[in-house]
Design a protein around this ligand. Structure first.
Ligand code: PRX
Length: 679
């Protein structure tokens, strides 16, 4: 696709119709207790004080050894933060809290069946479990600093325990969201070079105990086909001692983790002091090609950034009960369920299942019972809860002082329901814009300092200096109502270090477009390009419009259109496939799939079902298209390129524009009638 075509088919184009509302101010009660009410923080974090300003975040942590260089740019644009420093994330999230908070809840786990008790994991208990698990990983699985391990686990307390055990040893974890298929997991195992896989037999979702172990076997087979042998699989059991999956365990390869770890009862493993730039984890995310990217985050920079933003933007205090509804399998869960809150010694709630099962009151019952006062979720969940039970929150006695929305643009009317009904008009709301790659928030209001503007993420975070560029690299000034590509002028400690094993792709994808001098070692020459379209209002607030590339943000989850298209093309009958984002009332954006058939095949429901099944198997159910349209031909340019812009306009009932220059203009109307009906 050329640049113009990208802009024309993007989510940003669909979003442009949204309007902003007036400002809403946080309450005085909130401001009086907020962690950050000092406006001079923005001066302290100005470019004049860059990069030393970020010491303020790093100082929230314990360091074994202080750094000598705050930012090393010698390998631009692979930035190295806090060089010379030594640190361990597991120590910072666990051990250092024992002196004052050992009996405090670190994690509260809410299982899906409402008759199962909540599990409260105190900091002391977390310390014990992390140590024993680290001993198992080191002595039974043979893992050491620098090795990668893939974790394909649902929302159970063992997941953060395993992550922190890896962090203790310097083992680089790669958590793959449990909803991804075995095949998707296998590809990530192969790319990361993991020889150990940690998984689970089963977990609850919407009332069903879902088998999960079958994905393990698929994943190991896919990894093997790509040349990566997995020699140990550690399987946790949802009910320890009782295996809930039908898939047999493989002798000599699969072990029950809950059994093995009991051999390490009482073990203690000293946290390994790691160089600040040692990788902490990989998190795979979708890009514009079929192959997901392993975003590599470094321990010192990442942990500093999530600790700082959890304190100032999430406003977490020691006495708060904080609940982020995300899944730990995504970056939000890594940064704002596990590493950020635990580094501050907070109580972090995690839950199993979905927010709307058994009914739309579940979230509010949990909030009431645990006295949650900080709540964090995504627009898709807010839309679903609003639809399923618009009046439910009023029935429950909970009070949120602070709420977050993250992951997708939020429509002002949905924001207002969140504020009035969920937040009972009391909560300060932050709309946080960021990405897997960025580690933590890039734009958000500071809740004790700024008024909120429904539909706008807000100004940049302290120390983040965005700019909006047009396609030619000219700056678009604020207040012009002109959209462009939002970029960040400077590095920050939370930015990922590289794409695992693919530095060229890292440079190409995120820096090449607006790089001022590819030879330069000066960070000023390397603005970061996140792939989103945005508008900046005169007040400095950014409104994020959505992706400007071949990525679709489905219900806050990133999918590459190429990944979906490649999955469709594995179906025997399919000749061509094109995916476009379509606006959806509940999930924000969903993929619409257009396919054409090879000669000799006829369109049928069976063929559409095959396409959907293939996507579910290769990627996972989250990627299921809203529609599969079997079209007689794709609208194409004379040079044979599929015009996704036209398909997107048809799916979203938008102006189709001039199609006379196409090679086959007549097919456009045929496809339009197929999708929209006559008229
Ligand atoms: O398009 C932006 C959108 O989500 C993308 C990042 O997705 P992912 O890496 O999966 O991380 C999701 C959680 C941070 C971005 O490129 N996005 C994220 N937050 C917002 C958003 N769009 C609008 N408003 C937001 N607050």
């Amino acid at each position: 696709m050329d640049d113009q075509e990208i802009l024309e088919t993007s989510e940003a184009e669909i979003a442009v119709h949204w309007k902003e509302e007036d400002y809403i101010h946080p309450s005085n009660t909130f401001i009086a207790q907020a962690n950050m009410t000092d406006p001079t923080i923005y001066d302290r974090f100005s470019l004049d004080n860059f990069p030393e300003c970020f010491k303020e975040y790093a100082d929230l942590l314990d360091w074994y050894q202080y750094w000598h260089t705050t930012l090393d740019t010698s390998d631009a644009p692979c930035w190295k933060w806090f060089v010379g420093g030594k640190i361990n994330a597991s120590h910072n999230c666990v051990d250092r809290h024992l002196t004052q908070h050992k009996n405090k809840a670190a994690l509260i786990y809410v299982p899906e069946p409402e008759n199962e008790a909540h599990a409260v994991v105190t900091y002391q208990e977390l310390y014990i479990r992390v140590n024993e698990t680290a001993a198992m990983l080191r002595d039974f699985a043979g893992l050491k600093a620098g090795d990668r391990v893939t974790i394909h686990m649902p929302m159970v307390p063992e997941l953060p325990v395993v992550m922190l055990a890896c962090a203790r040893l310097g083992v680089i974890h790669s958590v793959v969201f449990a909803g991804f298929s075995g095949q998707a997991c296998g590809e990530r195992i192969a790319d990361s070079g993991s020889r150990v896989l940690i998984s689970m037999d089963a977990y609850y979702r919407s009332g069903n105990l879902l088998e999960h172990k079958d994905k393990v076997d698929a994943a190991v087979a896919v990894a093997a086909a790509e040349g990566q042998t997995v020699d140990k699989v550690l399987v946790y059991r949802r009910y320890p001692g009782q295996y809930s999956a039908k898939t047999p365990m493989v002798e000599g390869r699969d072990y029950f983790a809950d059994e093995i770890v009991s051999d390490y009862a009482g073990s203690r493993v000293d946290p390994v002091p790691l160089p600040a730039e040692h990788p902490l984890f990989l998190m795979y995310t979708s890009g514009t090609t079929g192959r997901p990217k392993g975003c590599q985050h470094g321990v010192g920079g990442y942990l500093s950034y999530v600790a700082g933003t959890s304190k100032f933007v999430q406003d977490i205090h020691p006495e708060d009960v904080y609940w982020c509804m995300a899944d730990i399998g995504w970056i939000t869960g890594h940064s704002y369920i596990v590493y950020g809150p635990l580094s501050l010694g907070a109580t972090s709630v995690m839950f199993e299942g979905v927010p709307t099962y058994p009914d739309a009151g579940r979230a509010w019952r949990i909030a009431e019972r645990l006295d949650v006062n900080i709540f964090h979720t995504a627009p898709t969940t807010i839309r679903m809860l609003r639809k399923a039970g618009p009046d439910e929150p009023a029935k429950y006695n909970y009070h949120f002082k602070h709420m977050t929305t993250v992951g997708e643009p939020i429509e002002p009317e949905v924001w207002l329901w969140y504020h009035k009904v969920v937040g009972k008009g009391e909560a300060a709301i932050v709309d946080t814009w960021w990405q897997t790659e960025t580690g933590g928030f890039l734009c958000s209001t500071m809740p004790g300092l700024h008024p909120m503007k429904p539909g706008s993420a807000g100004p940049a975070m302290p120390g983040i200096h965005p700019v909006i560029y047009d396609e030619d690299g000219n700056e678009v000034p604020p207040g012009t109502q002109k959209a462009g590509n939002i970029c960040i002028r400077n590095p920050w400690p939370g930015i990922f270090q590289t794409i695992w094993g693919d530095r060229d792709r890292f440079v190409r994808t995120y820096f090449e477009k607006y790089c001022k001098n590819p030879e330069s070692k000066d960070w000023r020459d390397w603005p970061y390009f996140p792939g989103d379209g945005a508008l900046q209002a005169a007040d400095g607030y950014f409104r994020i419009l959505g992706r400007v590339d071949d990525v679709i943000n489905v219900a806050g989850h990133r999918l590459g259109t190429k990944e979906l298209e490649s999955a469709a093309l594995t179906v025997e009958e399919i000749a061509e496939a094109a995916v476009v984002p379509v606006a959806d009332d509940l999930r924000g954006r969903v993929p619409d799939m257009y396919v054409s058939l090879k000669p000799g095949f006829d369109a049928s429901e069976e063929v559409s079902n095959k396409v959907t099944r293939s996507i579910e198997t290769i990627i996972g159910k989250i990627a299921r298209p809203k529609h599969v349209y079997i079209v007689p031909d794709m609208p194409k340019t004379r040079s044979g390129k599929i015009m996704r812009r036209v398909l997107s306009a048809i799916s979203n009932t938008m102006e189709i524009g001039d199609v006379t220059t196409l090679a086959n203009p007549e097919v456009v109307e045929e496809v339009r009638v197929m999708v929209q009906g006559e008229g």
